[in-house]
Design a protein. Structure first.
Length: 644
């Protein structure tokens, strides 16, 4: 997870030495293992390295090739062996960057679909004066870009682009609305003038225009049908083990989150077996676990202790009741380029530092891709859309017995899933916070509803539509996650491996979820790896009391904050309505505490960026990126935006 920055001036002017030094100061904490620069022909590039694999020691970035390319690569290439054979590389072993450079020189932008792993790449082509920016299909790496007058800047961090602004930026209201809901769209940033490269896409920028193209997507026609359950289980075990092995590729010890739930436990247990077999290059796997015995629904210690006993090693235990993660401050915080969650607990930071960890394994995505929500609707919708009436009747009866509800209710829910969202279509409806102004809500309704899409009766299978919708939500969530620092760590997601998802999205839905048996495939396949107490858990723990205690104990300073809100001056929040909901929380009534905490976090961030003169608070509603590209175009050309 290295840091890269680039500046391309259409008129050939290079970035000044003072600006380059200031950039190096900002990027240095994110790339402590070395620095590289390239300055020629209007291109100024700066790379700061953070090494996790042995092959990265072979890389010198930015890389200037004999074919006129200047490349910067931040990532981990998982299908190295396959690409090495396809490209007939004789260097042993080639670095990931060397493989990517050769692949681009051979296939052009067609190479991006062949690159498996977590990555972001920038490619400057001197011959045709073009810049290409691309990210992996999940968007596990950030890559922002800004087109300003006669120049383009891009970076894997948002802060340098904000720091180098030539004038105050404009808030992106859609991003703020997404932050208050189920995360903003993955191609947005908090500022209208700065965009993010979308997942599974590449951006081509030339003096004559800007083009966005999707380079890969799941095949709608791909369906996998095996003869028996055992074949599905065997294939799942292989692909999941392969995914974990890929993410154990690290020269330093790897840290894994171990919550006691089935997702994180499966990663740790499978990783242990792989390391026993000599697979994965990490010397050691450690774990960090969080618990709070004061939470009635979050007493996870009894469960992650079972996994620790099974592996014969105890990890780092973080008691949230002592760490007080929900402390709230009403003062102006240090500058942050985007809204974010609070810092990692001190004990976790100290444990990571002493352990020398550079990689953190996360169970994010397990619920969404493996049937964590035991709903029959996607499966029933598939049967309804395909006209398989006999099987639909049989499944309705089975699910009705398991859920103890009339089958007509299940059929009604299935039919309603095809209805427009305005008529109640979709199971997971998201409502905008009631304290938002009507104007802000009206302009950003799609983002405030979590970018929900109506399930279509024709075209893609309804279950695949549901899967893709869940994946887009995960992409949006990942795009908002801050980089773990103190110490710096690279976050990896075993459940979001492309090979694994292609399999899970192509098999019948009833392999993942069955009546009375959620996560059916995962539970059946991992019986030899994961302790039965974990596999047969009825539900995972969740937090309820901590945030409500915060709203109660910190009510006075929070009320003080709501008396003069930047978000109110920006016509986003109605303070009186927000105050009434905080008062309800203080008095013990049920409230949407997640939305309240996000609103307060947004207010804190707005105060910070206002104090640093990042944007003009008087701006009512900012311009779209299209209008920016039209009004801030080079004098010699007409920049335009298109999407393919």
């Amino acid at each position: 997870m290295s840091a890269q920055f680039g500046h391309w001036a259409f008129d050939g002017h290079l970035l000044g030495d003072n600006d380059l030094e200031e950039l190096d100061r900002i990027l240095a904490p994110y790339g402590p293992d070395g620095r590289g620069t390239y300055r020629k022909g209007g291109l100024s590039s700066l790379f700061r390295s953070f090494k996790t694999t042995k092959e990265q020691a072979l890389e010198q970035q930015p890389l200037a090739t004999e074919h006129g390319l200047v490349m910067m690569w931040d990532g981990r290439l998982d299908n190295r062996a396959e690409l090495t054979e396809l490209l007939r590389c004789t260097t042993s072993p080639p670095s990931d960057l060397a493989l990517v450079a050769r692949a681009y020189e051979r296939w052009g932008s067609g190479c991006f679909a062949k690159l498996l792993g977590d990555w972001a790449v920038s490619i400057w082509n001197e011959k045709d004066q073009s810049l290409t920016l691309a990210k992996d299909f999940v968007g596990s790496r950030q890559l922002f870009y800004q087109i300003e007058k006669a120049r383009v800047r891009w970076c894997t961090l948002l802060e340098p682009l904000v720091r180098l602004r030539s004038s105050p930026l404009t808030l992106n209201r859609e991003y703020l609305a997404g932050w208050l809901s189920l995360f903003p769209a993955a191609d947005l940033s908090p500022y209208a003038e700065i965009r993010s490269v979308p997942p599974s896409s590449f951006i081509t920028i030339q003096n004559s225009g800007v083009r966005t193209e999707c380079y890969w997507e799941f095949s709608p026609s791909k369906q996998i049908v095996y003869r028996c359950d055992e074949e599905y289980e065997e294939r799942f075990c292989f692909l999941f083990s392969q995914s974990v092995t890929r993410r154990l590729r690290c020269e330093s010890p790897v840290l894994a989150e171990l919550s006691g739930g089935i997702d994180s436990s499966a990663i740790v247990c499978v990783a242990d077996e792989l390391l026993k077999l000599g697979l994965g290059s990490t010397p050691r796997l450690d774990t960090v676990s969080y618990f709070d015995n004061s939470e009635p629904n979050w007493n996870e210690k009894q469960f992650f202790s079972i996994v620790e006993k099974n592996r014969g090693r105890e990890g780092c235990h973080i008691d949230f009741a002592k760490e007080k993660p929900f402390l709230f401050s009403t003062g102006v915080s240090e500058f942050a380029a985007a809204p974010a969650s609070g810092p990692r607990p001190k004990k976790a930071r100290e444990y990571s530092t002493s352990g020398g960890h550079r990689v953190l394994l996360s169970g994010l995505g397990g619920d969404e891709v493996l049937g964590g929500v035991p709903t029959p609707t996607p499966e029933l919708a598939d049967l309804l859309a395909s006209g398989r009436w006999f099987e639909l009747t049989r499944k309705l009866s089975a699910w009705a017995l398991a859920k103890r509800c009339p089958w007509i209710h299940l059929l009604s829910d299935t039919v309603r899933s095809f209805a427009p969202l305005s008529f109640g279509g979709g199971e997971h409806e998201v409502s905008p916070p009631p304290w938002l102004t009507s104007e802000f809500t009206r302009r950003n309704l799609c983002a405030l509803h979590g970018y929900q899409n109506k399930t279509r009766f024709y075209g893609l299978r309804p279950s695949l539509q549901e899967n893709l919708s869940a994946l887009r939500m995960l992409q949006r969530q990942i795009s908002c996650l801050p980089i773990p620092t103190s110490p710096l760590m690279e976050k990896r997601y075993p459940y979001l491996d492309r090979d694994l998802l292609e399999f899970l999205y192509a098999i019948p839905r009833n392999q993942l979820v069955r009546p009375g048996h959620r996560r059916s495939l995962m539970r059946r396949a991992l019986t030899t790896y994961v302790p039965p107490e974990i596999l047969e858990r009825k539900r995972k723990g969740f937090v309820t009391r901590g945030p409500l205690r915060l709203l109660n104990s910190s009510a006075e300073p929070i009320f003080k904050l709501t008396h003069d809100m930047v978000s109110a001056r920006l016509n986003i929040v109605i303070p009186e309505v927000l105050q009434s909901h905080i008062a309800k929380a203080r008095d013990g009534f049920e409230v949407h505490w997640v939305q309240i905490l996000r609103t307060l976090a947004l207010e804190q961030w707005l105060r910070s960026v206002t104090a640093h003169s990042v944007f003009e608070p008087s701006d009512e509603f900012g311009p779209s990126v299209e209008s920016i590209l039209k009004t801030e175009q080079p004098a010699s050309s007409s920049l335009r935006v298109s999407a393919s």
